[in-house]
Design a protein around this ligand. Structure first.
Ligand SMILES: Cc1cc2nc3c(=O)[nH]c(=O)nc-3n(C[C@H](O)[C@H](O)[C@H](O)COP(=O)(O)OP(=O)(O)OC[C@H]3O[C@@H](n4cnc5c(N)ncnc54)[C@H](O)[C@@H]3O)c2cc1C
Length: 471
């Protein structure tokens, strides 16, 4: 069995470490933040200082596919999550009243997930890691350099470990970069003599304003839809552990007047003006409005012109690619990525050049399509928002693919199978193309949508009313 070094002890770094340890490897995790997980999930929310994760108190949701990965790869974490008060959520719960066939299906369970506030989710991973004898999590340790060993490919450095700020060297058969969206590994690789890795990066273009609430004793739980586009902004509620929920308004970061959503009174006025979401204000506020912007869409690849820039290292989860978080896929995709890494480690570890190619191929085939799909969706929504706030007509692309996607959103309001297919995409179980490739699916979507109109816009303030509420 191998020695593996994981850089970064966030959710996906710990998930990766646990999966590899369950296969018998000895795993060391180096995490910059010093505080260990607190004694309880409640303290994790209130007192766990995690400066290394800027989004620690931002809304988080684990998609059903993430729960499937926990079921098969990390049942210990799933059980720790449930023990920490995480909540079961049925992602088919928003089935529109216009769908007539409401009968349960034998495989409906695959749409149920387990989720909680981010500190609570991370607490579950951290406790499971603490209990795993083959995982050694060293906190308060910053990685400052990569250490190289004997190259197996001419001119390509081989990473053989990491050096910490204190000057200690940890050697390993494989180094996994799980340092998140701000990982400095590309710079460390260049300092170790590697060519620059391939990188695409842009501001995802959204800003987020979130407040958390908890159900009052005897009070109602909000029965709001998950997410709706209300003209030039969107609104999102996420059910969470212990009868808590997050309520987020997000908009284009170029929309200056909407930066006033950071003021609690204006934020509340805007939410109250959205009839389907006003109920979610009826709880005990746990926070003020938590603003966040400057979130980057970034994709990195170590294979450049068909050759790895380095061997002995694998990028995983956000350190590989991260996107606009409003679709809530980061942790789920990161766990899928970690599970894939486990498979490649099983067959290719010990053959650095083969491993590098296999890891690149696995990432490109299984994960990159999700990155591209998410970025594409963001751009479409931002174009729509920009048109609405500038008072322009929203452009409706007429190409066959766009027509099919629009028809799917119409058909899902009437046909349970199409609704399930859309939810499969939302919960990371299938890419749109996989759904469209199913025999008969395209014909069905087009037949159900024929003659029917696009769903009406979610009720809420007009642009003029919105600006008045914020002024
Ligand atoms: C506003 C917002 C909302 C989000 N909502 C969701 C959601 O609803 N659902 C979802 O699935 N995802 C969501 N995400 C994405 C999710 O937070 C990430 O996908 C997830 O945190 C990735 O986990 P990770 O372990 O890869 O990285 P991180 O959680 O970022 O962890 C990286 C770790 O590396 C450590 N580190 C960094 N540099 C060093 C160093 N030099 N030495 C040692 N350690 C280091 C950091 O301290 C940190 O602990 C959201 C993101 C944002 C920004």
């Amino acid at each position: 069995m191998a020695e593996i070094l994981v850089l970064g002890g966030g959710v996906c770094g710990l998930g990766t470490a646990l999966m590899l340890a369950h296969d018998g490897h000895e795993v060391t995790v180096l995490e910059r933040d010093p505080q260990p997980p607190p004694a309880s999930a409640g303290e994790a929310w209130q007192a766990w200082e995690r400066r290394g994760v800027a989004q620690f108190h931002q809304p988080h949701f684990v998609q059903a596919r993430g729960r499937h990965v926990l079921d098969t790869e990390l049942p210990d974490v799933r059980d720790a999550l449930l023990a920490a008060g995480a909540v079961w959520v049925d992602q088919l719960g928003d089935l529109p009243s216009t769908v007539e066939d409401r009968a349960a299906r034998p495989d409906d369970d695959r749409f149920r997930t387990i989720t909680g506030r981010r500190p609570v989710v991370e607490y579950a991973f951290a406790r499971a890691a603490q209990d795993e004898p083959r995982v050694d999590v060293r906190r308060g340790v910053t990685v400052t350099d990569l250490v190289t060993g004997t190259s197996t490919l001419s001119g390509v450095p081989h990473v053989a470990g990491g050096r910490t700020a204190a000057g200690d060297v940890v050697r390993a058969d494989l180094v996994v970069d799980a340092m998140g969206r701000r990982s400095v590994v590309p710079r460390l690789l260049e300092a170790a003599g590697a060519r620059p890795c391939y990188e695409e990066a842009e501001d995802c273009g959204f800003m987020y304003f979130t407040r958390y609430f908890q159900r009052r004793a005897g009070g109602p739980r909000p029965a709001t839809p998950f997410v709706s586009a209300v003209g030039s902004f969107s609104i999102l509620t996420l059910p969470s552990d212990r009868d808590t929920w997050s309520l987020t308004v997000f908009a284009s970061s170029h929309d200056r007047p909407l930066t006033r959503l950071r003021h609690t009174d204006r934020w509340t006025a805007v939410v109250a003006a959205c009839p389907r979401y006003a109920d979610a204000l009826d709880g005990e506020p746990l926070t003020d409005v938590l603003p966040m912007s400057g979130v980057i869409d970034r994709y990195r690849r170590l294979a450049v012109d068909g050759t790895p820039v380095a061997t002995g290292i694998a990028l995983v989860a956000d350190a590989w690619a991260c996107t606009n978080p409003s679709v809530g896929r980061g942790i789920t995709l990161g766990l899928m990525h970690a599970a894939r890494l486990r498979e490649v480690v099983r067959t290719e570890l010990g053959k650095p050049a083969v491993f590098a190619d296999a890891w690149d191929a696995a990432t490109e085939s299984d994960l990159t399509p999700w990155y591209r799909f998410t970025v594409q969706g963001d751009r479409a929504r931002l174009a729509q928002i920009d048109a609405l706030r500038e008072g322009r007509e929203v452009e409706v692309p007429a190409d066959p693919r766009s027509t099919l996607v629009r028809s799917m959103f119409v058909a899902m309001r009437y046909d349970a199978d199409v609704y399930c297919a859309v939810t499969e995409v939302g919960s990371c179980q299938a890419l749109p193309q996989e759904v469209f490739d199913r025999p008969g699916m395209v014909d069905r979507i087009m037949a159900v949508a024929r003659g029917r109109k696009a769903p009406p816009a979610a009720p809420g303030p007009t642009r003029a009313e919105l600006l008045a509420l914020l002024s």
